[in-house]
Design a protein around this ligand. Sequence first.
Ligand code: PAJ
Length: 280
Amino acid sequence: MQRLAKKWRRAGEGIGLVPTMGYLHAGHLRLVREARKRVGKRGKVVVSIYVNPTQFAPTEDLSKYPRDLKRDLKMLRECGVDVVFTPEDSEMYPDRRPVPAGFSTYVVEEKLSRTMEGASRPTHFRGVTTIVAKLFNIVQPDVAVFGQKDFQQAAIIRRMVRDLDFPVRIIVAPTVREKDGLAMSSRNKYLEGDLRRQATVLRRAIEMARATVKKSKRIPLARLKADVGAMIESEPDARLDYVEFFDPESLVAVAEITSGVQMALAVFVGKTRLIDNERL
Ligand code: PAJ
């Protein structure tokens, strides 16, 4: 992949990268379209599919993370992708287990990754920044496209690129949703029976917060957090992990909620952990 990327670069062809963990849906394809738009017809669009073990904690769903490479490849062929990069664990992390003999270097962002997803999943972002840095070095993209669905992830990647001078432009594409408002996610596959309906509570909580902000100019944080909590808990199988209101640039939590504040939440629906976020 790196040899091919170098060849493309020498020929002056722009490269766009969309990193994914596969089990693709319309949200991923939206990123692919964005990459194509950025590099043009003659440029190269690379999609990576790799379920990155270092961003999963031992207790998380790595082994049962949904996979269907055949279906993914068909979808990507239909959207005119140039290369699908599907490395193996043995290539990305040689001899990492049981002791990190063959792999021992990580990229760690130390500020934006402390809150929200980073607080709930302490080693998650170290895995994300490390694999994305590796993908940037392998694919050598001019632009890389990420989804707003993972708002904090996108902010951390932007920070990493700035801090470590990666020569790549980061684009963030809007969240693609199902008809009923549920943000598309590979993990939605886990939602069986009534859990699928209950999962719309993330979006409903965001809408409720939006409506509240529209009605009254300044809302105390504690009150809105309590209202969101109550709404989530009203679903029998939903449990709030966190809800935060913060400045979209710095990710610093705000004391008072006004329009323009970013809202993000994580909710367990049954055993499945879902996230969503929007600007209020
Ligand atoms: P994955 O969850 O497969 O998501 C890949 C990309 O698709 C991410 O940038 C994510 O934000 C975006 N995405 C997911 N659902 C979306 C939706 N409904 N609308 C728009 N974009 C959406 O995020 C990862 O993989 C990994 O952490 C990765 C960056 C690949 C590193 O391993």
